[in-house]
Design a protein around this ligand. Structure first.
Ligand code: GLU
Length: 464
């Protein structure tokens, strides 16, 4: 059996949600481990929630993240089209098939009747469910009303008794009482399928062998299981991964954490670091290490080791992982990543290579390069604290006689401090302020070596 996995995002957000990136990674790793295919299908049947440009953003974020798909709306494939809005006739056929064999029925209830029903249920503290009124209509009558053009939907005919059970690859057996499962709408009056019909039909016809999605879809799964049975189709393997949480354990939300992949890209995170961090959300590398590549993960991954505990998405930890990746990059890769990330950085490889050893150790994101290193390229406009003119003047004189190595400069600053009875620490701080404009930053004298004597003395003399 060829393993086929998928993500089926709805283009209803601004970009790829980091939680969807997580499920994409797990799906992709499983497929790659077994030489299978990971595919992308766009579930765009809820026309009211579509967001312009969302699909492109989802696909480009997946590509940027380095989670490649074998089939999808952008690249096609043997089961095209991969956009549900382009597959409408197929859903109607399948829904009609269920009506014909009694597993679904036409429903003519108006919006106002449904609204009234909902209100009564609410008042009586009952779960909101369709009350089954149209189930009682004789099939022939229903067909005549449909033929006459009466507005209708198709609902699934859920048995009133019994239990629907499925075995989740990660969570084990999960059961739902049928009497609590709603007669879900399958085909809407506009001819579009609902999520439930669309997802079951497409996972079946696209030969998906493993459905791996977020735990928020567990309540939908018994409906899907019933649909598979109604159609007489084999049920794929199903696993629900835990949703990512904020450090306070609430569901990852925009208020507490950036949620879009593009937010992390804009902040200077590296795709391989994000993949590494996401991988560790509910899974551990067998030897316990924190840093591993996706290739290494593929080598040892085992679905059954996914944990069900709430994975905490902690931006600080992600920053740490990202810093590790930055430090492990060779100079050429880091240089090109920086040039691509920040257009302010001059493409002067020799200069970049002299600056990087001074700042890379302190960088957790690509964005921090400029914060740490901008003074190499431009004179600091203002200092955070005013410089002491007297100290700057003495420093300029002393350093003008120094050989331009950090050892010689250090000697001359210390000699000056001793001679004047100043604390060396204070003198170095004045020097740092004059040269970099900041109180903290990379090693100062090494940075001045890179800046050169003329430029450094020029910066000092501005304060005299
Ligand atoms: N369209 C659903 C979503 O927006 C797909 C859920 C699933 O994977 O079945 O995520």
């Amino acid at each position: 059996m060829t393993i086929r996995t998928r993500i089926a995002p709805s283009p209803t957000g601004l970009d790829l949600h980091i939680g969807n990136a997580y499920t994409a990674l797990i799906n992709s790793v499983l497929a790659r481990k077994h030489g299978g295919q990971f595919i992308v299908r766009i579930e765009d049947t809820d026309r009211t929630r579509l967001v312009e440009g969302s699909e492109q953003k989802i696909l480009s974020s997946l590509a940027w993240l380095g989670i490649p798909h074998a089939e999808g709306p952008d690249i096609g494939g043997p089961y095209a089209p991969y956009r549900q809005s382009e597959r409408l006739p197929s859903y109607k056929t399948y829904a009609e098939e269920l009506v014909a064999n009694g597993h679904a029925y036409y429903c003519f209830c108006t919006a106002s009747r449904l609204e009234e029903m909902r209100k009564t249920q609410e008042a009586n503290k009952l779960p909101p469910m369709y009350d089954g009124l149209c189930k009682a209509i004789a099939p022939d009558d229903a067909r005549k009303r449909v033929a006459a053009g009466e507005r209708h939907v198709i609902r699934m005919n859920v048995p009133d008794t019994g239990v629907t059970t499925f075995t989740d690859l990660i969570r084990g057996e999960i059961s739902f009482e049928n009497k609590l499962i709603d007669d879900q709408v399958l085909l809407k009056s506009d001819g579009y399928p609902t999520y439930h019909l669309g997802v079951v039909v497409d996972d079946h016809v696209m030969n998906i062998t493993h459905i791996i999605r977020g735990e928020e879809w567990i309540p939908s799964t018994p409906k899907h299981i019933l649909l598979y049975r109604f159609f007489g189709w084999d049920i794929p393997n199903i696993a629900h991964v835990s949703v990512l949480r904020n450090p306070d354990r609430s569901k990852l939300s925009k208020r507490k954490n950036p949620v879009w992949v593009s937010d992390y890209r804009a902040k200077g995170f590296l795709p391989e670091a994000i993949r590494n961090y996401l991988a560790g959300m509910a899974w551990s590398y067998p030897d316990g290490r924190d840093i591993f590549s996706t290739e290494e993960m593929i080598g040892v991954f085992d679905m059954s080791q996914l944990k069900t505990t709430a994975p905490i998405f902690d931006t600080e930890k992600l920053r740490w992982v990202n810093g590790e990746y930055i430090r492990n990059m060779d100079a050429a890769s880091l240089r090109s990543a920086l040039y691509a990330f920040d257009s302010r950085i001059p493409h002067d490889d020799a200069l970049t290579d002299r600056i990087l050893p001074l700042v890379a150790e302190r960088m957790k994101t690509l964005a921090e390069f400029w914060t740490l290193a901008s003074f190499f390229y431009e004179k600091p406009a203002e200092t955070e604290k005013p410089c002491d003119r007297n100290i700057c003047a003495e420093l300029a004189t002393a350093l003008s006689h120094a050989e331009w190595t950090h050892g010689a400069m250090e000697q001359s600053v210390r000699t000056l401090a001793d001679a004047k009875g100043w604390k060396a620490k204070d003198v170095f701080m004045q020097l740092r302020l004059a040269i970099t404009g900041k109180t903290v930053g990379p090693p100062l004298l090494e940075s001045m070596e890179v800046l050169g004597k003329e430029e450094s003395l020029g910066r000092l003399s501005r304060y005299i």
